[in-house]
Design a protein around this ligand. Structure first.
Ligand code: ATP
Ligand code: MG
Length: 258
């Protein structure tokens, strides 16, 4: 069974993209067929995997296809092979201008992504979705398409701010378009063991999410922030770095969560 996991947090710069790219690569390295779906107009996941933008057609074109054209052959054309055999990318490369307005005129506008992914999901063990730092129609599409949400939380001051709003949005989606949506877990990112603040945030997150916190903690690591500029996930950039080891551990934890 395919598992569709979305990284969501409307707070910016918390590690959604870093987690999507590196968890996807770690799962692919474990020979799990994985599709990374870039649903953020910033296109950081697309660039982080080494793709030059723009593409002639990207995920926004797919979301606006008429129902009659949403079929496996047509959607397959959007997907890009990456340098890893088990990893494909559904790229994004375009400004959001106009899309939200166009989608508002569509019927079932929250279900467009779910509909698109339904056509190709049988080819994958995992589909990971990167999302924008906002709670808009794109996020609603992401939450409607996903089986579970992974919430990256940066170990910084204000880390928990806005979380109530995110959890509320998840609840609303559970009550409407996606009753099966689960919380995969909260993931502590950019943890610095020398800082009391990091320890405090870790405590607070454990109190908020109780057992739904990943045991794996992602440390602050220069290598993790450098890898995207080489268009590589961390396991291809520096396989023995702390960041690479932790994202492999996270992949194992996700596999065991099944
Ligand atoms: P946005 O909300 O803009 O999409 P995001 O939540 O996707 O941001 P990232 O882009 O993954 O966040 O990370 C924000 C910045 O922090 C990036 O420059 C990234 O390289 C860096 N970064 C992410 N994780 C780590 C880490 N563990 N150690 C050091 N730097 C990191
Ligand atoms: Mg991002």
């Amino acid at each position: 069974m395919t598992r569709i996991i979305a990284a969501c947090n409307q707070k910016g710069g918390v590690g959604k993209t870093t987690t999507c790219v590196n968890l996807a690569a770690a799962l692919a390295a474990m020979e799990k067929k994985t599709l990374l779906v870039d649903m953020d107009p910033q296109a950081n996941s697309t660039q982080g995997l080494g793709f030059d933008i723009p593409f002639e057609e990207d995920i926004y074109d797919a979301l606006l296809l008429p129902d009659s054209e949403v079929n496996p052959e047509r959607i397959q054309k959007f997907l890009q092979k990456t340098s890893m055999a088990y990893l494909d990318l559904f790229p994004c490369s375009r400004s959001l201008a106009g899309l939200e307005v166009q989608l508002i005129q569509e019927e079932k506008r929250d279900r467009r992504l779910a509909h698109v992914l339904d056509t190709v999901k049988k080819n994958y063990d995992f589909i990971l979705i990167d999302s924008p730092p906002s709670l808009n129609i794109l996020t609603l599409n992401v939450l409607t398409a996903a089986d579970s949400v992974l919430i990256p939380i940066q170990c910084e001051y204000y880390a928990l701010q806005g979380l109530a709003e995110l959890l509320n949005t998840i609840r609303l989606v559970q009550q409407s378009t996606n009753p099966h949506l689960a919380i995969e877990g909260a993931l502590l990112t950019m943890y610095d063991s020398r800082l009391n603040l990091s320890k405090q945030v870790a405590e607070d997150v454990k109190n908020t999410f109780s057992e739904k916190v990943f045991k794996t903690i992602i440390p602050r690591s220069v290598k993790l922030s450098e890898a995207p500029s080489f268009g590589k996930p961390i396991i291809l950039y520096d396989a023995i770095s702390a960041g690479a080891v932790r994202y492999m551990e996270l992949a194992k934890e996700v596999l065991n969560n099944d």
